[in-house]
Structures are given as structure tokens and as C-alpha cells.
Design a protein around this ligand. Structure first.
Ligand code: ADP
Ligand code: F6P
Length: 278
């Protein structure tokens, strides 16, 4: 394995830079050339692929967002479009690709491998924590902390004014933030009928995705980034990197959407939360 590429795709997540840094530095250490692809699959189509140096990845561990930029490209579901992307990678003689993103991005990576033989390894990077097979995705811990901090701030002002606050958190439907329930403005209309205090609504939105990654996300991303390169060096492909019971493991990438959902622990946690909030 002489040349690899890295891209970030889908919604950005704090810690993506830490994963890029770790993968790139680990690869440099082993004499592997590293290319960055800007804007996820869009950059593969546009041939926006550049050779990375160690200075590109120095000082980025603290930074939120992704220095490789991210984008969504719905056209990537079209096999003809994926062929253009694969040809561009082959023109650069890139033998392995690390895709940092969510399950949508992993679908694209899986197809690049199955249709064009490009060696791919997925690193779970999304605030949503909605990838089956890994306990945590990069970015989730930082976002959870942002939500908690927002709640604490809101509680201070809510208590002072004796108001009720309804907070809408951004996410899909994994339930790890209790997100995806509906629009706070719509729910607020109903809630107003039953609460006897003044009601205020706060929508956290994309504030949840910004800022410096937590220590947990930095460590997770660092371990996952290096492991992804290690897998490529062992000629592995079509795999994703997971964190299970505090150990870094691998699984077939399609486990992210075909795997068995084990929500036993989540149910127990919710049960406990109900007891403690009574
Ligand atoms: P995430 O990776 O965070 O789940 P998305 O679902 O938006 O984010 O997917 C990111 C990108 O991955 C999409 O814009 C598209 O380029 C690619 N992608 C998603 N689903 C597929 C699919 N079924 N086939 C091929 N590419 C896909
Ligand atoms: O999937 C990541 C995510 O941040 C979700 O939490 C959210 O629903 C969505 O992306 C928002 O996407 P966009 O940045 O396109 O508004």
C-alpha cells in the first residue's frame, strides 16, 4: 500500500480533523503517501484531490468541522457517477480510501469497493451516534456535552423567570439525544394548553455540530484513524472501524445498516432515567 486517500462526507462532526490527523500521520510514519479529497464524493467527481503533507495536519486536533470540507452528493447513487469517481482515484494511483462519515457515506464506499475494487475503510463520524455496530461515533460525545451545557444555561434563566422551556435538539432518529420527536413549535402549541407557566422555545440546530472536540472524541478519533490505515496496510477492505466496550474493532461495512441492533443497554438506561426523574 503506497498511496491512500481520505475524505469526509455527510454532516460534519467534531473530531473528524483528529481522525484525519491520526490517519495521515500514521500513514506518513509507514512511508505511505496520503491524498486529501475535498468535499467528500463531490471532490472525487471534480477531481479535487491533493497530496497532503504533515504540515496540513499539524495543529488541527483542536479544530471542529473538517479541514477536508464536507458535502452531500445525491448523484453518487448513480453507478455512472461512481465510475467517474473511481477513475479519478485510479488516475492518482490511489490504492486505498478512508471514508469518514455516517451510514450514507458508508453505502457509497461499499459500492466503490464492490463495483470498482477500490479498497475502502469507513470511520464512523457523525454526531447522531446512529451507526449499528459501534458504541460511539466520532462527534457524539462533543455534541452531547454541547446540549447539556445549553440545558444548564436555559435552566438558569427558566428558573429565574419561572418559565417552561421546550428545547428542540438536532439529529435524526437514533434517540441518543431524544431527538427526531417533531418540531418544537408544533409541540409547543399543544404544550401551551397544559402548562400553567409562560412557555419559551429554543431550537439548538447546527450550534450542536460546531466547536472543539471533547477529549473523548479526540481519543476515539485518534485510535480509529490509525486503525483504518493499519487495516488498509493489511490489505483489508469493505470494513468499518468500531468501538466496542472500549476496544477498537472492525466489522463489515454493511453492518452499519444490516447489522443487529442491540438496544438492551439503551432500554435499561431509559428505565433508570425514568426512575431518577420521578
Ligand atoms: P451520512 O454519511 O452522515 O449518513 P448522508 O446520508 O447525507 O450522510 O450521505 C452522505 C453522502 O453519501 C450522500 O450525499 C451521497 O453522496 C452518499 N450516499 C448516501 N447514500 C448513498 C447510497 N445509497 N449509494 C451511494 N452513495 C450514497
Ligand atoms: O446526520 C448528521 C446531521 O447533523 C443530523 O444530525 C441532522 O439532522 C442533519 O445532519 C442536518 O443536515 P444539514 O447540515 O444538511 O442541515
Amino acid at each position: 500500500m503506497k498511496r491512500i486517500a481520505i475524505l469526509t462526507s455527510g454532516g460534519d462532526a467534531p473530531g473528524m480533523n483528529a481522525a484525519i490527523r491520526s490517519a495521515a500521520k500514521f500513514a506518513f510514519y509507514h512511508g505511505i503517501e496520503v491524498f486529501g479529497v475535498r468535499r467528500g464524493y463531490k471532490g472525487m467527481i471534480d477531481n479535487d484531490i491533493f497530496k497532503m503533507t504533515s504540515s496540513d495536519v499539524s495543529g488541527i486536533i483542536d479544530r471542529g468541522g473538517t479541514m477536508l470540507l464536507s458535502a452531500r452528493l445525491p448523484e453518487f447513487k448513480d453507478p455512472e457517477v461512481r465510475k467517474i469517481a473511481a477513475d479519478n482515484l485510479k488516475d492518482h494511483e490511489i490504492e486505498g480510501l478512508i471514508v469518514i462519515g455516517g451510514d450514507g457515506s458508508f453505502h457509497g464506499a461499499d459500492l466503490l469497493y464492490k463495483e470498482h475494487g477500490i479498497r475502502v475503510i469507513g470511520i464512523p463520524g457523525t454526531i447522531d451516534n446512529d451507526i449499528i455496530g459501534t458504541d460511539f461515533t466520532i462527534g457524539y460525545d462533543t455534541t452531547l456535552n454541547i446540549i447539556i451545557e445549553a440545558m444548564v444555561r436555559l435552566r438558569d434563566t427558566a428558573t429565574s423567570h419561572e418559565r417552561t422551556y421546550l428545547v428542540e435538539v438536532m439529529g435524526r432518529d437514533a434517540g441518543d439525544f431524544s431527538e427526531g420527536v417533531g418540531s418544537a413549535y408544533e409541540i409547543g402549541k399543544e404544550l401551551k394548553k397544559i402548562v400553567d407557566t409562560e412557555l419559551r422555545i429554543t431550537v439548538l440546530g447546527h450550534i450542536q455540530r460546531g466547536g472543539s472536540p471533547s477529549a473523548f472524541d479526540r481519543v476515539l478519533a485518534t485510535k480509529m484513524g490509525a486503525r483504518a490505515v493499519k487495516e488498509l496496510m493489511s490489505e483489508e477492505s469493505g470494513m468499518m472501524i468500531c468501538s466496542e466496550s472500549n476496544k477498537i474493532t472492525t466489522k463489515f461495512i454493511d453492518y452499519a445498516w444490516n447489522g443487529i441492533v442491540d438496544d438492551t443497554q439503551k432500554r435499561k438506561d431509559i428505565e433508570l432515567a425514568h426512575i431518577l426523574t420521578k
